[in-house]
Design a protein around this ligand. Sequence first.
Ligand SMILES: NC(=O)c1ccc[n+]([C@@H]2O[C@H](COP(=O)([O-])OP(=O)(O)OC[C@H]3O[C@@H](n4cnc5c(N)ncnc54)[C@H](O)[C@@H]3O)[C@@H](O)[C@H]2O)c1
Length: 254
Amino acid sequence: MADISSPALHKALAKLQQLVPSAVRVEIRVCDVSKESDIAALVSTLDAWGGVDIMFNNAGIMHADDADAVSTPEAIWDLTQAINVKGVWFGCKHAVLSLRKFNKTKGSIINTASVVALVGSATPQLAYTASKGAVLALTRELAIVHAREGFRFNALCPAPLNTPLLQDWLGDDVAKRARREVHFPTGRFGEAVEQANAVLFLASDESSFVNGQDFVVDGGMTKAYVTPEGPALAGPANNASLSGRVDGVPGAGL
Ligand SMILES: NC(=O)c1ccc[n+]([C@@H]2O[C@H](COP(=O)([O-])OP(=O)(O)OC[C@H]3O[C@@H](n4cnc5c(N)ncnc54)[C@H](O)[C@@H]3O)[C@@H](O)[C@H]2O)c1
């Protein structure tokens, strides 16, 4: 697992060890995805594991100063593209290099985009939206270019989620929150675990014929016009204890 934030990594590692106590081969590494040298160094640490098989390019920002065409500062535009687009490109590039270095005949790369690259929003975040559109376009092209090497590329398109990226920004502003919740057929934001399970599918051989897709995981949001009334449904719990299911042989890491 890699992230620019060391505290975030340690938190994720602690959570993983709590949920899957027998997971023995887990490494964390601080990495700024907008710097190619960081990504190259990160990927080279995987040489000891036999190179890359799966790469999930998920890091991204939505800056608080990101706004509309008139008010978005140029520096915020550049920062957003550097992380959200260039970071994904570097991740894809070094995944391909590693897959080739180890003569792999299959690989799966998943790049996180967003539903905002598919549907327009009256709450502007122009730099972010443009960056996610770029992720869709570059993922699609890479999927075709590398298809006969067996390397698949898919873009994940999450709907607004119950994660810090959005929720810290919404805070306890009920009106701002309601303006978004009304668009969900089930009346609720997505949970991280629902994206994670979609990524597991895309990473696995079970998705061997899924390539070049804008893989939308949005609870039906982008297919909805008028949504139902009534109370929202409950979402699944994130980080529900997995160890019973994951550790087929308890304590063996299997
Ligand atoms: N939260 C949503 O509503 C939502 C919706 C659609 C798409 N997404 C996308 O999902 C992905 C994950 O977002 P999240 O909701 O978990 O947000 P998050 O803010 O909780 O997590 C993003 C992570 O990226 C890391 N990061 C930021 N800049 C980095 C850099 N330069 N190098 C390495 N790591 C960096 C952050 O430290 C953080 O841990 C992002 O690409 C985001 O754009 C989120």
